[in-house]
Design a binder for this molecule. Structure first.
Ligand code: PLP
Length: 379
């Protein structure tokens, strides 16, 4: 029996995730290096097939990052200058950044304070004749409320791009009783394989998914500079390719993903028990029917900065995702927003704190983290 006393807990322990599969990862990389098929080698199509099966969606196209997935999705749907795209102000920068990069205007809708996801009931009021699409973000591993979003898209003829970067394998059970996986509901799903995501590679990587065969074709042509046949360009695309080495790594890591999800969910439920009953602390609310995959375990408290200092002192990793809502970012000053425009996103930015939730976390580590939190709220 190991009786190692826990003295610190990192926010993320990528070694714990990699060491059990390191031999397989290195072997997969070596195979690519020896083949010299660094660009669009056979592992890319193999991964796309495997991801389609995992995400339960007919078409997947591997791309260079989650950010590029969003940009490519917008380009494939013909969204650009003069268009408006509705999204959440409480997300990683890339969600709104990508909208601006294609020349369109991000239009924000406040979040539901319990789930941190876009409040679908506030979307309709922001739809104008210029609105072309909605980008719901499935933040922290919990899906946005997709039924009302898809209803609006049908009614107003809008496209839906799911920002699935934090939610691969998460599920949404709609009113028809069917559970669908993240990225299989809207027109396009966008995934990131940044190393800290639930499915991470050894660098940058991403994917787009779609149920529409014609759109899949457009996405794959745009991925290689808009050329279906090399040097003959039908469209202006870009270099959005996923490296073969990253695809090979992801093929190994995808085999572990479901086990990792189950462990993360277990860890989330244990924290719910260990941290129950602290009046000044709000635990994550897993409210959306389906499956949350705990990309983060995000606490909320008015004493956030004090809690952060206490956790730092106890050597417990922690992170604020995200300290500044997107409508208040300097680069979007021209949109003319001010403090108070999206009160739920703003108070989330002041109150959230994410704690370690990675799959390999031990029971003792979770007790250590929870004890440090309980100590802080004791007085
Ligand atoms: C990580 C992330 C992205 C961007 O993915 P990259 O692979 O880092 O480019 C986009 N949206 C959200 C919500 C993310 O968490």
């Amino acid at each position: 029996m190991t009786t190692l006393t826990v003295t610190h807990v990192p926010m993320l322990d990528l070694n714990a995730q990699y060491l059990p599969v390191e031999a397989k990862v290195i072997e997969a990389i070596t195979r690519v290096v020896r083949s010299k098929q660094f660009v669009m080698g056979p592992q890319v199509a193999e991964l796309e097939q495997a991801l389609s099966e995992y995400c339960k969606v007919p078409h997947t196209i591997g791309v260079s990052s989650g950010t590029d997935a969003l940009v490519l999705a917008l380009m494939a749907l013909g969204i650009g200058a003069g268009d408006e795209v509705i999204t959440s102000p409480f997300s990683f920068f890339a969600t709104a950044g990508s909208i601006a990069r294609v020349g369109a205007t991000p239009v924000f809708v406040d979040i539901d304070p319990e789930t941190f996801n876009i409040d679908a009931s506030q979307i309709e009021a922001k739809i104008t004749p210029k609105t072309k699409a909605i980008i719901p973000v499935h933040l922290f591993g919990q899906m946005a409320d997709m039924d009302p979003i898809m209803d609006l898209a049908t009614r107003y003829n809008l496209k839906v791009i799911e920002d699935s970067a934090q939610s691969i394998g998460a599920e949404y059970r709609g009113r028809d009783g069917v559970s669908r996986r993240s990225g299989s509901i809207g027109n396009i799903g966008c995934f990131s394989f940044f190393p800290s995501k639930n499915l991470g590679c050894c660098g940058d990587g991403g994917a787009v998914t779609t149920t529409d065969a014609a759109l899949a074709e457009t996405l794959s042509v745009l991925r290689v500079h808009g050329a279906k046949h090399r040097y003959y360009h039908e469209l202006v695309g870009g270099n959005f390719r996923l490296d073969t080495i990253q695809a090979a790594v992801l093929l190994v890591k995808l085999q572990e993903l479901e086990t990792q999800h189950i462990q993360r969910i277990k860890n989330g439920l244990l924290y719910n028990d260990l941290l129950a009953g602290i009046s000044e602390l709000t635990l994550p609310v897993d409210r959306t029917p389906g499956r949350m995959i705990y990309n983060q375990y995000t606490l909320r408290t008015k004493k956030r900065d004090g809690l952060m200092a206490a956790l730092n002192a106890a050597k417990v990793g922690n992170s604020v995702y995200y300290p500044v809502p997107l409508h208040l970012q300097d680069c979007f000053a021209s949109l003319g927003h001010q403090v108070g425009d999206f009160p739920h996103a703003e108070s989330a930015a002041r109150e959230v704190l994410s704690i370690p939730i990675y799959a390999e976390l031990t029971h003792e580590q979770q007790v250590y983290v929870s004890t440090a939190i309980r100590e802080f709220f004791k007085d």
